[in-house]
Design a protein around this ligand. Sequence first.
Ligand SMILES: Nc1ncnc2c1ncn2[C@@H]1O[C@H](COP(=O)(O)OP(=O)(O)OP(=O)(O)O)[C@@H](O)[C@H]1O
Length: 236
Amino acid sequence: MIEIKNISKQFGKLMALDRLNLQLNAGESIALIGPNGCGKTTLIKSILGMVLPTRGDIIFNGKSIRNDDLYRNDIGYMPQIGRYPENMTIGQVLKMIKSIRHAAQAQDYDLYNRFELGNMLHKRMRTLSGGTTQKVSAVLAFLFKPRVLILDEPTAGLDPIAAEILKAKIIEARSRGCLILITSHLLSELEDIVSQVVFMQEGKLILHKNVDELKYLTGEDSLARSIVHLLKTEVV
Ligand SMILES: Nc1ncnc2c1ncn2[C@@H]1O[C@H](COP(=O)(O)OP(=O)(O)OP(=O)(O)O)[C@@H](O)[C@H]1O
């Protein structure tokens, strides 16, 4: 579904992504793991077309994403920190996003209802707590029933109940056959969600394995311990 073909991204002298190749298929739920600054967000933003790779190409459903905007209609994205026009209310932001999408696209109000955003529509974005902003981002990511979900630290800042609601929603999307790419430093929460792990270091792909293979390779019995093992020992 998404093919990353030998992409590099240079910021000045820094190689944020270094000749990275990856194949991400529908129905897979993939944890993107690596130390701070290893290039996870740069990879995610490259897939979203928010960062232009210096070299290489990204193929989405068989087509290069260069000079294409429409592929993004298939992606729901939750950024690490959502940034919205400060003076707009939650209601105005939702209305604006819906107006730029196709009116006919099916909409999913499950998270909107469960997070009770309907009671907060008049609140301005600049006045929201970090957790409430994160709820708005989650609602927007799932609103148009995307086939691909890219979630950058999705539960950071959410209270435990909201985090559980979102986690259940991610698991449901996975069971519907969505492709999910997720970064999280909360390793225990990945356990129930992911089927594969992609491990990066200094912009390079170090490993891409199924969770069971990874547990076998590291000799650990949980995903969290396997990931800690990876982070502590350099290259497997
Ligand atoms: N716009 C930019 N200009 C210059 N350097 C950048 C830019 N964006 C990212 N970088 C650098 O690229 C490297 C990779 O950053 P990135 O945000 O992708 O890391 P990350 O793996 O997501 O980190 P974290 O786990 O802390 O979120 C870092 O050294 C970062 O400082």
